[in-house]
Design a protein around this ligand. Structure first.
Ligand SMILES: Cc1cc2nc3c(=O)[nH]c(=O)nc-3n(C[C@H](O)[C@H](O)[C@H](O)COP(=O)(O)O)c2cc1C
Length: 462
């Protein structure tokens, strides 16, 4: 199934490949000259569970599973070029032509975009041809034929004669596939393969996986350049690190045990993979670009007035450390206020989301819950943001620089003067220590919720 009006005549395509055909590889193949790129095969039931997310930071559209895994990520660049593959795994459907026909008819009538089908061959040429003729009648836009039997391994010789027979028997474009091992090694071989099979188009899997520059007539480019180009896309589109690692190891092939290969294999994160290729600076640059975009989007899109989310009062608040004196935090103010009001001390509960490891905290004060709708980069910042929301809703000072002194937390503490020598200063200092100890108690309560303390309020000892 394709996302646009695609032409399958006289094209070169990146074949569907599980784990390999994710966004970075597809974009790389397009850059090098592929006309059409297939995604890895995805399971329909899993896709049906996904929700569609417009990812404004990456400028992609993501289909995200309930466990937050991105099942399919696409972007403008591959619009009208990408084929989304789904169906029974492997060649499961090949032995059930009625089901093939039913699925294709349903898709062709049910969607407004072209539908194509990829098959392996059947034991006889006649059966293969009649299956493809049946497929053609469903109204599909093209058929891709991998010229091997279901039981044959990729190293077995290709049955070009089957593809030829199919190409002669139908009028829709036939896309020849299966030539990577011994027929297509360089770009010039693609045309030879097309001629040898009599097909309209050619689809490459392994040749492209090993070196995607097979699609360019200026190639093949050195593998180092191809891997670097791949990794840049992987970084830019926040590709899953294990997926990037897998693809790079496929490219390295027999060099996978080289020092570089070993470094790639040992890497656990995209940052570590980038290091292996000397792309740390590029990685950092993309990270900071994405962070600024995230920040700008957060501030632009979130309302600064309270919004109820179930029983939780939320506001778009970000805790900015620089807005507070060094030893003062909103959490401290909230604690002091709660004590003054003879309330139980605030209780913080924090969650972390998997997609970007950001934190969001909810604080409960006097039985009411408060939280910031913005996610924070650390647990302590998330808690401070929740405290700010609570204080602002309650109209209680929060300790910001320039705020009128509320007396909630003593002035010397506000000024950061912690080591006074006069008696007066000493008593204030004791008060400061009290506050700190109370703050530490709060931290202990938070630890019960999985927290590990707040370095913004370092423990002082009298
Ligand atoms: C790593 C890998 C993953 C593959 N995954 C799929 C897939 O998801 N769907 C599919 O139809 N074929 C899949 N195939 C088969 C290829 O699309 C192709 O039919 C086969 O490799 C023969 O083409 P080649 O000689 O160009 O490699 C996969 C092949 C490889 C090497």
């Amino acid at each position: 199934m394709t996302a646009g009006r695609l032409n399958f005549c006289n094209i070169t395509a990146l074949a569907p490949m599980v784990r390999v055909g994710t966004l970075p590889m597809r974009l790389l193949a397009l850059d090098y000259g592929a006309d059409v790129v297939y995604c890895e095969e995805l399971i329909d039931i899993k896709m049906a569970q996904c929700h569609r997310v417009e990812n404004q930071v990456l400028q992609t559209v993501d289909f995200v599973a309930p466990d937050d895994r991105v099942m399919f990520r696409t972007c403008e660049r591959e619009k009208d070029r990408v084929v989304f593959q789904m169906g029974g795994m492997g060649a499961a459907l090949l032995s059930d032509p009625d089901k093939i026909e039913a699925i294709l008819k349903k898709l062709v009538t049910g969607v407004s975009i072209p539908v194509t089908c990829k098959i392996r061959i059947l034991p006889s040429v006649e059966d293969t041809v009649s299956l493809v003729q049946r497929i053609e009648k469903t109204g599909v836009a093209a058929v891709a034929v991998h010229g091997r039997l279901k039981e044959e391994r990729p190293r077995h010789p290709l049955h070009c004669d089957y593809i030829q027979a199919v190409a002669r028997a139908v009028s829709i474009p036939v896309i020849a596939n299966g030539g990577s091992l011994d027929m297509v090694k360089t770009n010039a071989d693609i045309e030879e393969f097309r001629k040898a099979t009599g097909a309209s188009s050619v689809m490459l899997a392994r040749a492209a996986m090993w070196n995607a520059s097979v699609f360019t007539d200026q190639g093949p480019l050195p593998l180092e350049k191809v891997m670097e180009d791949y990794l840049k896309y992987a970084i830019r589109y926040d590709n899953n690190a294990y997926n990037s690692k897998y693809c790079l190891c496929q490219m390295l092939r027999d060099k996978v045990e080289s020092p570089l290969g070993k470094q790639v294999q040992a890497a656990q994160t995209t940052a570590e993979i980038s290091e292996a290729y000397g792309l740390q600076e590029f990685y950092q640059q993309i990270q900071s670009e994405q962070q600024s975009r995230k920040d700008a989007l957060q501030t632009d899109s979130q309302p600064d007035h309270p919004v109820m989310d179930g029983d939780i009062t939320t506001m778009a608040v970000k805790f900015e450390r620089r807005e507070y004196p060094p030893h003062i935090t909103p959490k401290m103010f909230l604690l002091e206020w709660s004590r003054k009001e003879k309330l139980e001390q605030p209780l913080y509960e924090t969650v972390q989301r998997s997609q970007d490891r950001a934190f969001q905290s909810t604080v409960t004060v006097a039985g009411k819950k408060y939280r910031s709708s913005l996610w924070s980069k650390s647990k302590k910042f998330a808690e401070q943001a929740a405290a700010v929301v609570c204080l602002r809703i309650l109209g209680v000072p929060e300790g910001r620089i320039g705020e009128e002194d509320s007396g909630l937390v003593c002035k010397r503490k506000r000024d950061g003067k912690l080591n006074g020598t006069t008696e007066e200063e000493g008593s204030k200092k004791r008060h400061v220590v009290d506050i700190q100890q109370e703050t530490d108690d709060t931290e202990t309560a938070v630890v019960a919720n999985g927290d590990h303390g707040d370095p913004d309020t370092p423990p002082e000892r009298a």
